[in-house]
Write a protein that binds this ligand. Structure first.
Ligand code: ADP
Ligand code: MG
Length: 319
């Protein structure tokens, strides 16, 4: 049964369309990620979903309650729907424990105490309860912000690129922990990010947003093997245009390098990466530059090399 839904939500700023008839249906407890480049409409989407910004048209529903926009409601926003963004939104002059307790000030003190204890425990923050936010790492501060948002047990959690300020190690740990916590609590989650890898670590289903419209929806396998557009394909890796063919592309990992063949190029750049060397190869005909993986680390700048690929790995992509 659909629980949280956006129905043909559009948003236009002056003349700029940020969202175009965006629709989304989530079951209770479902987690979904929306991935799109900067400016594709992600933040507008979440602010409208939270009732914090007026849409130009369309509706947002939580169960049988319509989510009203700021112009329809005296105090904008809902306790049931919490929005977290990349800045931690913590009070820097109060402790971690007080920060988490803040949304519960009007609640019964007994309940407040037990709720805060539970969150400190769940988020592994008990040791830091007396500290000020600035004395925690970025990852820990973002955890506190999320614990604070969950204090009032919201039905829906909206995450707007919440990991952008974190380093890779902090980020992976937090995503892993959050996934478990949110599944346990049965919270319905919409996570928006420009980073497809992050999205796939947190959720199974991903919506790809381009210029305010959904261009594709699927799990990682479907999106990786059958991207519909160049934009979707490029979220996974660079793609190389095959000369003299129409809308046909090949990925750097799907190109093999040989000493003979038909498609000739020479290496113009070489980088040592963790699992392979990444090469830039200028094709002899046409001068197109390809990005190619060299897992054997065999080729150097200046080398002549022939490029091979299998037909079944060719991606047919529209723009
Ligand atoms: P994202 O979060 O994916 O970067 P946004 O929702 O912030 O995307 O923005 C979508 C589009 O709307 C962008 O082109 C942006 O420039 C425009 N936009 C966002 N906020 C405003 C605003 N307050 N006034 C005018 N244009 C805006
Ligand atoms: Mg944004």
């Amino acid at each position: 049964m659909t629980y949280f839904s956006l129905r043909k939500v559009s948003k236009t700023y002056e003349s700029q369309t940020a969202l175009h008839e965006f629709s989304l249906d989530l079951d209770q407890g479902q987690m979904i990620a929306v991935v799109g480049e900067s400016g594709s409409g992600k933040s507008s989407l979440l602010r409208i979903a939270a009732g914090l910004m007026n849409q130009s048209s369309g509706e947002v529903w939580l169960g049988d309650m319509q989510v009203l926009s700021p112009s329809q409601k005296l105090v904008a926003g809902y306790d049931e729907i919490k929005l977290i963004h990349q800045d931690y939104q913590l009070s820097q002059s109060t402790t971690i424990e007080e920060n988490i307790a803040r949304p519960l000030l009007l609640f019964d003190p007994e309940y407040r105490k037990s709720r805060v204890e539970k969150l400190l425990r769940q988020f592994g923050l008990e040791r830091y309860r007396e500290r000020l936010p600035r004395n925690l790492s970025g990852g820990q501060q973002q955890k506190v912000a999320i614990a604070q948002a969950l204090a009032v047990e919201p039905e829906v959690l909206l995450l707007d690129e919440p990991f952008s300020h974190l380093d890779t190690i902090q980020k992976h740990r937090l995503i892993f922990e959050l996934k478990e916590l949110l599944q346990e609590s049965g919270t319905t989650v919409v996570f928006v990010t420009h980073d497809l890898d992050d999205a796939l670590k947190l959720t199974d289903t991903v919506l790809i947003l381009q210029k305010g419209k959904i261009v594709q929806k699927g799990n990682s396998r479907e999106l990786c093997l059958h991207p519909k557009t160049r934009y979707v394909a490029r979220l996974f890796s660079p793609i190389n245009l095959i000369p003299d063919r129409f809308d046909s592309y090949i990925r750097p990992a799907d190109v093999r390098l040989r000493t003979r063949g038909e498609l000739l190029g020479h290496v113009i750049d070489q980088r040592f990466l963790v699992h392979y060397n990444s090469l830039l190869i200028r094709l002899k005909n046409g001068g197109e530059v390809w990005e190619v993986d060299d897992p054997a680390r065999k080729y150097q700048i200046g080398d002549r090399v022939y490029l091979h690929f299998d037909e079944e790995q060719v991606l047919l992509l529209r723009s």
